[in-house]
Design a binder for this molecule. Structure first.
Ligand code: HEC
Length: 721
């Protein structure tokens, strides 16, 4: 067995030799928190696996949960944690498991389904990206979100902690300050612990009737709400005047923090990223800067009081949610160490902010952006913040020279002709009826996997997508009330509520499935259940009346019998804030008729950025579209989801690519050192830990995105014994 080169030099291990790592007394040798530590660095100071021996890695264990669901493209986005020799993670059906960290042998598994009807439960699934550990002496607990509930389990046996909330669970619909029972509320990213608080964000709808996206802190012992931070300020709160009128906060939702948190434990400060306010693509009902949408927030973890905020996009009209937890870093400036937070964005920037004040540490210029042609009623914000440094890590403009060279000539011509009908060339074109190119795309730039940061060198490693998407706005569909059949009403409701994801032709868009011939797959009552519960990235539509659901079903299931009846529109209280006159026509990628990207490669990259100088150290394509480009030595890069982990052993690990490989790169040069074909793509962030003197690397292999097959396993690698 290779000697364990765990440094005994200091609590900071090898890292100490190069730079300060004063904020972390645990020395980066553990992985008790998703992302390695609460600093969200994805960094391990273990050195047993290094750049010279990483090519000898072999599978140490593989854990199969047995509940992947190919038919519904189930996924595994969970980045597991390791505490005291036990790995905790979740399965495609959101069961939470504990396995031996050295052998992968299951100790227990918790099924949140309880007594729920099996079919019903199938539909409650959200994507889960991690679990949270808390301890006080011998009292050790695991918390995570499944459906709309926070569950708290005893870490030793997986039994719910009865004294927490309602028999071990807390419903996220509660404590929002309004009746949210019919709204969609769940959480994808794990909560974070501060003392005896469990702080959690949320995932909510992207439509006008979304739930509020407030950040909440619960008592770990009782499940009682201890504080709430209003991401859309209430009267008297800072930022309230950035909204158009006094009532807006009661009607406009979202601005939710879905991408996970980081924490400066020493100073008790929570760092939270937020998403856009709804409606995502039309801001006519929310004129103004819309604080605290699209912000990095520094919040007093004890009290929930705001310390500072920094808005990255003003009056977002492009769904530019901040997609990752802010990373706690230390940069060198004028010979001094400055504690900072680094926030990667979907549009390809890293904002480096002073941790104490929120002030940018590199110049950021409020840059004029196009404000016309804008939709009637819209008022685009005239400037957007553009950092001079660090350099962008994703392409941000497109010209007619950037057509995919792998396409046959006829296809290139077709793509070019289509491009001529679009607006393109600037990231901030106001949404409109003439299609506009979104690059970086709806899924970044950066995505929820988050970057890795090496505290010994100050280098951030960030994987990015370079996929162009096309946004088109259409009028919201209205029919004369009282004059519709069920099927016509269903089509209207579909256009206004489902089309943006499932497409006007119902053939699906992006990662959202086709609904063509859905009647062969589900009975009407099953679709009815799905509409009430949602499933993974599909939100729920509890606000619909049973009659409205039947109308939608008659349309999507092409049920002519049901559809022929006359539809009597429900009497509704008219809420002008929900009356959005425009709809986004679909999350459509800019593709050739063969289904290949219309633009030139790379489509996914891995970037090493020095956060002190702001310069790119290296940048390589990540993954390859083998079918389009058989020349594997010159990869095209692929779209990717999930992030990297970096180690003091000099290695950067990442799965994430569509081609389903786990890869190790030399962190200094970007040279590929090792790759391994996973049983299903690892759209998740790996964890690095040590058990019984052996260093392990583990990743969830759940596939299910980008047209890949679903998987049900966690694969752990180690050097041969
Ligand atoms: C935000 C995007 C989004 C919206 C809006 C949305 N869906 Fe979905 N829908 C999805 C996704 C993603 C899935 C796949 C769910 C999964 O992975 O389990 C899905 C799945 C489905 C399925 C099951 C498909 C299958 O093959 O299993 C049906 C039926 C469906 N949606 C109908 C609707 C209807 C009707 C509406 C409007 C009332 C709607 N959806 C709105 C994203 C969306």
């Amino acid at each position: 067995m290779t000697a364990l080169k765990l440094s005994a030099l200091s609590a900071c291990g090898i890292a100490f030799l190069f730079s300060s790592c004063k904020d972390n007394s645990s020395g980066y040798t553990t992985w008790r928190v998703t992302g390695g530590s609460k600093m969200a660095q994805h960094y391990s100071s273990l050195t047993q696996i290094d750049s010279s021996n990483v090519n000898q890695l072999e599978v140490a264990w593989e854990y199969h949960s047995g509940d992947a669901d190919t038919a519904s493209h189930s996924q595994l986005q969970c980045s597991p944690i390791m505490v005291d020799g036990v790995v905790y993670g979740t399965t495609p059906k959101l069961r939470l498991f504990a396995v031996d960290a050295a052998t992968g042998k299951q100790k227990w598994i918790f099924d949140p389904k309880g007594n729920a009807n099996k079919f019903f439960w199938n539909f409650i699934m959200n994507n889960n990206r991690g679990v949270t550990y808390w301890e006080d002496g011998d009292d050790k607990r695991i918390l995570y979100c499944a459906g709309s509930n926070i569950y708290e389990l005893n870490a030793a046996d997986g039994k719910p902690v009865a004294t927490f909330g309602n028999d071990g669970k807390v419903d996220l619909h509660n404590d929002l300050g309004l009746d949210a029972s019919k709204m969609y509320v769940t959480a994808t990213s794990p909560g974070i612990i501060y003392k005896d608080l469990y702080i959690i964000g949320s995932r909510v709808n992207e439509t006008a009737d979304a739930a509020p996206g407030h950040i909440r802190a619960y008592d770990v012992r009782t499940g009682k709400l201890r504080w709430i931070f209003h991401t859309i300020p209430h009267p008297g709160e800072y930022g309230y005047d950035t909204w158009p009128d006094t009532a807006a906060y009661r009607h406009i939702g979202s601005a939710n923090s879905w991408a996970g948190f980081s924490m400066d434990e020493k100073h008790g400060v929570l760092f939270a990223p937020t998403g856009s306010a709804v409606y995502d693509f039309y801001g006519g009902k929310r004129l103004g800067k819309d604080l605290f949408a699209n912000c990095v927030l520094a919040i007093d973890a004890e009290t929930g009081k705001l310390k500072w905020h920094y808005q990255v996009i003003h009056h977002d009209m492009w769904d530019k949610d901040l997609p990752t937890a802010p990373v706690l870093v230390t940069i060198k400036k004028d010979g001094k160490d400055i504690d900072a937070v680094a926030q990667p964005t979907k549009h390809g920037f890293i904002f480096v902010l002073d941790r104490e004040t929120g002030k940018p540490l590199f110049p950021v210029k409020e840059t004029p952006v196009p404000t016309s042609p804008a939709l009637p009623g819209e008022q685009p914000w005239p400037t957007q913040p553009i950092p001079e440094l660090p350099v962008p890590y994703a392409r941000q403009t497109l010209t007619d020279k950037d057509i995919n060279p792998y396409l046959p000539d006829s296809s290139k011509t077709e793509v070019l002709n289509r491009l001529k009908t679009y607006r393109y060339g600037n990231m901030f074109l106001p949404p409109g009826k003439q299609p506009s190119v979104i690059l970086p795309g709806f899924d970044g730039g950066a995505e929820w996997g988050g970057p890795a940061y090496d505290p010994s060198t100050g280098i951030m490693y960030i994987n990015a997508n370079e996929m162009a998407w096309v946004m088109t706005i259409t009028d919201t569909k209205t029919n004369a009330p009282g004059n519709e059949t069920f099927i016509q009403a269903g089509q209207r409701l579909f256009t206004n509520n489902c089309m943006s994801c499932h497409g006007a032709d119902r053939k699906g868009t992006g990662n959202n499935p086709s609904l063509i011939n859905i009647q062969a797959k589900y009975k009407n009552n099953q679709i009815d259940t799905l509409l009430q519960t949602g499933r993974r990235m599909m939100p729920s539509f509890k606000q619909f009346t049973p009659q409205e659901r039947q109308a939608i079903i008659s349309f999507v299931a092409n049920d002519q019998k049901l559809g022929a009846a006359k539809f009597i529109a429900p009497k509704q209280v008219h809420d002008p804030y929900l009356d959005i006159p425009y709809e986004m026509a679909g999350y459509n990628k800019f593709l050739s008729k063969e289904g290949y990207p219309a633009i030139s490669p790379p489509y996914g990259t891995l970037n090493a950025v020095n956060l002190s100088t702001g310069k790119m150290v290296w940048r390589i394509p990540l993954g390859n579209y083998d079918k389009m480009n058989p020349d594997k030595a010159n990869p095209t890069g692929t779209e990717n989801y999930g992030g990297p982990a970096v180690t003091a052993g000099g290695v950067l690990f990442i799965g994430a690519s569509q081609d389903g490989k786990m890869r190790a790169f030399n962190k200094r040069t970007g040279k590929l050192l090792w790759e391994y074909k996973l049983p299903a793509p690892g759209f998740a962030t790996p964890a690095v830990y040590e058990a019984n003197g052996r260093e392990y690397l583990v990743i969830a292999c759940g596939g299910g995105k980008l047209g890949t097959k679903s998987g049900d396993s966690y694969v752990a690698f180690a050097l041969p014994k």
